[in-house]
Design a protein around this ligand. Structure first.
Ligand code: HEM
Length: 230
């Protein structure tokens, strides 16, 4: 049986083209970094196998790891720029729990994901919970970039000096790089799960918003349009 629910929606533009470019560059480069990184850590081919074709698998995959690494670093630089020059939803003040309103909102998000309330919060930008986790991911991304560059250029005096000050020996940096790899894997799994789950539960169409940049807001929500565009 088809259930008809006529409802009026506003389309509100939230995510700038630059933010979407950052998002998809980060997503694709992280995907390649994880696959190639896991291979670097657990190469399944023994020296015996290496005599067979295809040859130089490790060299090729390491090369792609570094190429993706540079895209990853560029994406982070773009996001850093947007912290200051992005629209209101892209700036940290909108999505970090740094004031009373955002702290309240954070508690609300936690309750929502613990199934303690069914009411969906009316928010145009990131929820505070998502924003806080994205910010943490950004910091981890910076650590990945720095440890990666340290591992890549251990003999460049300036890199070696800064790398040693920040992370200790290259082997210690490699351990941090490897452990954070699992944080990224865990994040991606939860991120995809929540995006799909939200697409079922909430009306704002967040998945298509990652492409189009806009969100759909039901006109009959408790959230007035002025509040959305503030
Ligand atoms: C989310 C981002 C990244 C992930 C998930 C990732 C993952 C990994 C993993 C799992 C390893 C193997 C570590 C080990 O053997 O214990 C690795 C090695 C390495 N990664 Fe990354 N990486 C990322 C970003 C970067 C970046 C931005 C760079 C710098 C361009 C980089 C450069 C390197 C280098 C130089 C190695 C060592 C290669 C070797 O020992 O042969 N990585 N990465």
């Amino acid at each position: 049986m088809i259930r008809k629910e006529p409802r009026l929606y506003y389309r509100v533009f939230v995510w700038s083209g630059t933010l979407r470019l950052f998002h998809w560059t980060l997503a694709f480069s992280t995907f390649i970094l994880i696959l190639t990184g896991i291979y670097i850590h657990y190469p399944p081919i023994t020296t015996k196998w290496a005599e067979f074709k295809p040859q130089y698998i490790m060299a090729i995959l390491r090369y792609w790891h570094f190429v993706a690494g540079y895209f990853f670093i560029c994406a982070l630089m773009v996001r850093f720029y947007l912290f200051f020059a992005g629209n209101q939803y892209e700036r940290p003040a909108d999505f970090l729990p740094i004031n009373r309103r955002n702290l309240k909102s954070l508690m609300y998000n936690i309750k929502f994901y613990l199934y303690m309330t069914d009411e969906h919060e009316c928010r145009m930008g990131h929820t505070i919970l998502a924003g806080t986790i994205y910010f943490l991911l950004f910091i981890c991304g910076v650590v990945m970039g720095l440890t990666g560059l340290y591992l890549l250029y251990p003999e460049t005096p300036m890199v070696a000096k800064i790398g040693h000050e920040l992370f200790g020996t290259p082997q210690q940096a490699r351990l941090i790089h490897y452990l954070l790899n699992w944080f990224f894997i865990f994040f991606i799994l939860v991120h995809l799960y929540i995006a799909i789950w939200n697409d079922f539960k909430a009306p704002d169409a967040i998945i298509s918003g990652a492409f189009s940049g806009s969100k759909m807001m039901p006109a009959d929500t408790a959230c007035p349009l002025e509040d959305m565009e503030k």
